[in-house]
Design a protein around this ligand. Structure first.
Ligand code: AMP
Length: 396
C-alpha cells in the first residue's frame, strides 16, 4: 500500500511517501515546495517527481493521500476527507486561520486532480477526544460551551507518536499498543501501575500534553493553537481581560488586536529580536536582556505545565522532548529539567549534548526517564490513513 502524506502551509507544500508492507511502514520519498501560489501545480510536480524517481508507476499505485488537518470544531478523529471536511475546515477557519484555509484548498485540489485516490484527514485534535470534562472545560457560561468554547488540544499526531514511542522505550508494549490503536479501539484498562508520560512538543508552535495509560488527559493548548506556551509569533496564555482593556486603552479594533496576538506576539514580542530560538539565544548570550527574558518565560511556561501534569498524575515516568526546539536545544532541555533531582529527575548533561536523535538523557538513578524522541507526525498520519482504508475499503 502506498500513502502520500501532504503537509500544507499557507505558501508551502511538503510531502512524504510511505510504502506499507503489511503494517510495516517505510518512508520511500519526501520533498516539498516553498512559495507555493498554486497547489494544483505543486501536486502535479510532486506526482511527476515520484513517477520519474520510480516510486509510483502511475497514480493508480497511490492508495490514499493523508492530511494532518488542524481544526474542525466538533469534527475530529481520522475521517474520509470528503467535501464535508473541506466545509468544516473553512467554517472553523477563524480559530486556525494559518492552517485551515491551506488544508481546505489542498484537499480540494487533490479531489479535483486525483478523483480516484482516497483522501483521509487526521485532525490534530483527535488525540484529545478523551480529555476528562474537568480538563477540557473553561469556566464560561453554558451557552459558550454549547457554542464550542472548550480546550481542544493540538499537535495531536506529534504527542501521540512521542507517547507511543516512550511507552515502547519503557518496555510497556501493552500501553504503546493502546496509544497506537486509540482511534480504532478507544482507551482500555491497563493492568498494573499506570504509565504517566508528559510530552513536550517545542517548536515554532509548542505544547505540553499529559498522557496516562496511553491516553491524553491534559493539554496546555486550548480553544485554538493561540493558547498555552508562548508560541513563535502567537501569544499563548493570556488573561481574557487584556483584550477589552487594550481595546479601550490603545483604541485598537478587534481585528487589529487579533492580528497583533497572532503575528506580533509570543517569543517575537518578548525578545524583540525574532521568533527563532537560535536567534533569541544568540542575542541572550550577547547580553540582550529582552532575549534572556523571552527564554526564561518560555522555560517557566513549560515547567508550569509539566509541573501541573506531574502533580495531576501523581508522578511522571517519562518526560519527552520533541520537535525543532525539543530535539535541538540542549539548553532548553537542561533548563526545563534543572533542580528536579529531589523529585527524582536527573539528566546526564553529557548525554543531553547530543544531536537530535532518539536518546535517553537520564542518569541511571533518575526515577523519571527523560527522552528525546524525534517527531514523526507524517508516519502517524500514514498509519491512521492505512487503518481507515483497511477498516472501510473503497466501494466496488
Ligand atoms: P518546528 O516547528 O518543530 O519545525 O521547529 C522550528 C523551531 O525550532 C525554530 O523556529 C527554532 O526556534 C527551533 N530550532 C530549530 N533548530 C534549532 C537548533 N539547532 N537550536 C535551537 N532551536 C532550534
Amino acid at each position: 500500500m502506498n500513502i502520500l502524506v501532504a503537509n500544507l502551509g499557507s505558501t508551502s507544500f511538503k510531502y512524504r511517501l510511505f510504502h506499507f508492507d503489511g503494517s510495516l511502514a517505510t518512508e520511500v520519498a519526501k520533498g516539498g515546495y516553498e512559495r507555493v501560489t498554486d497547489y494544483g501545480k505543486a501536486i502535479e510536480d510532486c506526482l511527476a517527481l515520484l513517477s520519474a524517481g520510480g516510486f509510483l508507476k502511475s497514480v493508480a499505485d497511490l492508495d490514499a493521500v493523508g492530511f494532518k488537518t488542524v481544526f474542525g470544531g466538533s469534527l475530529t478523529g481520522c475521517v474520509e476527507a470528503d467535501e464535508s471536511v473541506e466545509a468544516a475546515l473553512l467554517a472553523t477557519a477563524d480559530l486556525a486561520p494559518a492552517h485551515n484555509p491551506p488544508y481546505a484548498a489542498g484537499i480540494r485540489q487533490f479531489r479535483e486532480k486525483l478523483p480516484s485516490v482516497r483522501r483521509v484527514a487526521l485532525f490534530e485534535t483527535a488525540f484529545y477526544q478523551w480529555l476528562p470534562e474537568y480538563s477540557h472545560r473553561y469556566a464560561v457560561p453554558e451557552s459558550w460551551y454549547q457554542a464550542g468554547v472548550r480546550r481542544y488540544g493540538f499537535h495531536g499526531a506529534s504527542h501521540k507518536f512521542a507517547a507511543e514511542r516512550a511507552a515502547e522505550l519503557l518496555d510497556r508494549s501493552e500501553v504503546a499498543e493502546i496509544t497506537r490503536s486509540l482511534y480504532q479501539s478507544g482507551p482500555r484498562v491497563v493492568a498494573g501501575a499506570p504509565l504517566r508520560i508528559i510530552t513536550c512538543h517545542l517548536g515554532g508552535s509548542s505544547s505540553v500534553t499529559a498522557v496516562c495509560d496511553g491516553v491524553a488527559i491534559g493539554t496546555s493548548m486550548g480553544l485554538s493553537p493561540q493558547s498555552g506556551l508562548p508560541q513563535n509569533n502567537r501569544v499563548g496564555e493570556l488573561d481574557s481581560a487584556a483584550i477589552p482593556f487594550i481595546q479601550r486603552k490603545l483604541g485598537l479594533t478587534i481585528q487589529e488586536i487579533e492580528r497583533q496576538l497572532t503575528n506580533e506576539s509570543g517569543l517575537l514580542a518578548l525578545s524583540g529580536v525574532g521568533n527563532d530560538l537560535r536567534d533569541i539565544r544568540a542575542a541572550a548570550l550577547a547580553g540582550n536582556r529582552r532575549a534572556e527574558v523571552a527564554i526564561e518565560a518560555f522555560v517557566y511556561a513549560i515547567r508550569h505545565w509539566v509541573g501541573a501534569f506531574w502533580f495531576e498524575m501523581g508522578g511522571c515516568d517519562a518526560l519527552v522532548f520533541t520537535a525543532g526546539i525539543g530535539e535541538n536545544s540542549a539548553f532548553i532541555r537542561e533548563s526545563v529539567c534543572a533542580g528536579l533531582s529531589r523529585m527524582g529527575l536527573i539528566i546526564d548533561t553529557r548525554r543531553n549534548d547530543v544531536s537530535p536523535i532518539e536518546t535517553d538523557l537520564t542518569c541511571c538513578d533518575s526515577a523519571t526517564k527523560v527522552f528525546i524522541i524525534p517527531a514523526n507526525e507524517e508516519l502517524v498520519v500514514a498509519r491512521e490513513t492505512r487503518r481507515l482504508l483497511l477498516a472501510k475499503p473503497a466501494a466496488a
